[in-house]
Design a protein around this ligand. Structure first.
Ligand code: SDX
Length: 435
């Protein structure tokens, strides 16, 4: 049942200079803060609103994910992230985000079949990799090859055809892991491994990353389960920077492959999906427990660009529920692998000290999803440069589900923010000899 957000509530806005007032409608979602509908504000007042990083701006209606930053709640279509991470597979969560509910047995088998049979990429794609330097950052390669997919799958580019929208969604969910594994193999000089249809999504991904043609590769079921859980925790997260990038790109009616490539580029930033790599690099920089106070002070120093990577969040002002699940998974994976990673002890001590410090308490800076994920991924054998790629494999499900939701809205309008202009006003042209 589609929720009707309309209410009879209003906000009155008064211009203190002219004394004019207008009433703005208030819309209410199923849960979360109500919103003031300002779509008629400029027509009625000649004023824009100003919210450069969208701290207080709702950009769309969505039914996919709900976050309560104060209570540390993350739900996908009403299911809690801890239930999904503990009881579902990544592809079940993908089905939930894409179609609106967890699949029954028949739907699950069909969806898994569809994704499995789209995991291979056109053989020509291999040639793109040959053009990259082996030491290219894996995200540079991913941005390139994902955007190139629209050069191949011409039968799934028409955004107005529901069948083509679904086909492009299946292709992206299925092929991004294959391209991610190919990116890893290319960086270490090993041959690409073709996907195997007898393996689950996460088993197949680990096989494509760590298997070699010269001998059989047995996927460790504990690692496959951990990989699947990590993918679930990174699948979708409301209108974060990369998802908003996908939506804005999609609002121009660009094809889905181009939109996901745009999201890929945005995720790369160290303030966003690049943070998991930055956390490990930060822990290496700190080096030992006795140097933690020095770095805590640097993180508080406004003149020092250093930030505690993996700490803080635009929405979570209590704790990031994903970090809690990941910390538990971290312990399990390290124990399973018999790994005693000094990064974990350093990270736990850093968390303890930071959470006792008034600066972090006052600003409600807690560990986020990226704080522990890098430690698990490193233990599983991935280089830090691949961490954001793994984030992108998971978030492709959220991106394409959010894109599909937007395209299927009754009215699709191009996103076109306005601005507060602070540049020079009209002035006469100055010839070169007079400058
Ligand atoms: C992800 O949006 C999402 O949903 C993202 C994500 C998802 O799943 O899509 O959850 C994934 O991107 C997680 C975040 C990963 N990024 C990092 O871990 C990088 C480190 N964190 C910061 O860069 C920062 O916390 C952000 C970017 C995450 C949030 O930035 P905000 O909301 O714009 O917060 P802010 O910069 O306004 O900070 C508020 C205050 C400032 O101090 P004051 O000016 O008030 O004195 O807190 C300080 C900041 O200087 N601060 C930090 C800090 N984060 C914020 N100080 C030290 N270390 C930090 N990490």
């Amino acid at each position: 049942m589609v929720h009707n957000p309309k209410t009879d509530k209003t906000f009155t806005l008064t211009n203190d200079q002219s004394g004019e007032s207008i009433k703005l409608p208030v819309l209410e979602g199923r849960q979360g803060p109500p919103v003031i509908d300002i779509r008629k504000l400029y027509a009625q007042t000649g004023h824009f609103t100003f919210d450069p990083s969208f701290t207080a701006t709702g950009s769309c209606k969505s039914r996919l994910t709900f976050i309560d930053g104060e209570k540390g709640i993350l739900e996908h279509r009403g299911y809690s992230i801890s239930d999904l991470a503990g009881k579902s597979s990544f592809l079940e969560v993908a089905h939930l985000l894409l179609y609106g509910d967890l699949p029954n047995r028949e739907q699950k088998d069909e969806f898994e079949h569809q994704i499995t049979y789209h995991t291979m990429v056109d053989e020509q794609v291999n040639f793109f990799y040959r053009g990259f330097r082996r030491d290219a950052h894996p995200m540079a390669i991913m941005c390139g090859v994902i955007g190139a997919l629209s050069a191949f799958y011409h039968d799934s580019l028409d955004i107005n055809d529901p069948k083509q929208r679904e086909l492009s969604a299946h292709r992206l969910i299925a092929k991004v892991p294959t391209l991610a594994a190919m990116t890893y193999k290319y960086s270490i000089g090993q041959p690409f491994m073709y996907p195997r249809n007898d393996l689950s999504f996460s088993e197949n991904f680990l096989y494509m990353c760590f298997g070699v043609p010269s001998e059989p590769y047995k996927v460790n079921p504990i690692l496959a389960r951990a990989m699947d859980k990590i993918f679930i925790l990174h699948a979708d997260h409301e209108q974060n920077a990369s998802t908003s990038t996908v939506r804005l790109a999609g609002s121009s009616q660009a094809n889905p492959f181009a939109c996901i490539a745009a999201g890929m580029a945005s995720l790369w930033g160290p303030a966003h999906g690049g943070a998991n790599q930055a956390v490990l690099e930060m822990l290496d920089q700190i080096g030992s427990v006795d140097r933690i106070p020095e770095f805590i002070e640097r993180a508080k120093d406004k003149d020092d660009p250093f930030r505690l990577m993996g700490f803080g969040h635009r929405v979570y002002k209590n704790f990031d529920p994903r970090a809690n699940v990941l910390k538990a998974a971290c312990d399990e994976v390290l124990e399973e692998l018999g790994v005693n990673d000094p990064h974990l002890e350093l990270a736990m001590e850093l968390e303890r000290i930071a959470l006792e410090d008034e600066y972090f308490i006052q600003r409600k800076l807690f560990p986020n999803v990226d704080f522990y994920s890098g430690i698990i991924l490193k233990a599983m054998g991935f280089p830090t440069s691949m961490f954001t790629v793994l984030f992108a494999v998971a978030r492709t499900v959220g991106w394409i589900s959010q894109w599909k939701e937007m395209i299927e809205e009754p009215t699709l309008r191009i996103g076109r923010p306005r601005q507060l202009y602070t540049g020079p006003v009209a002035r006469p042209y100055v010839e070169l000899e007079d400058r």
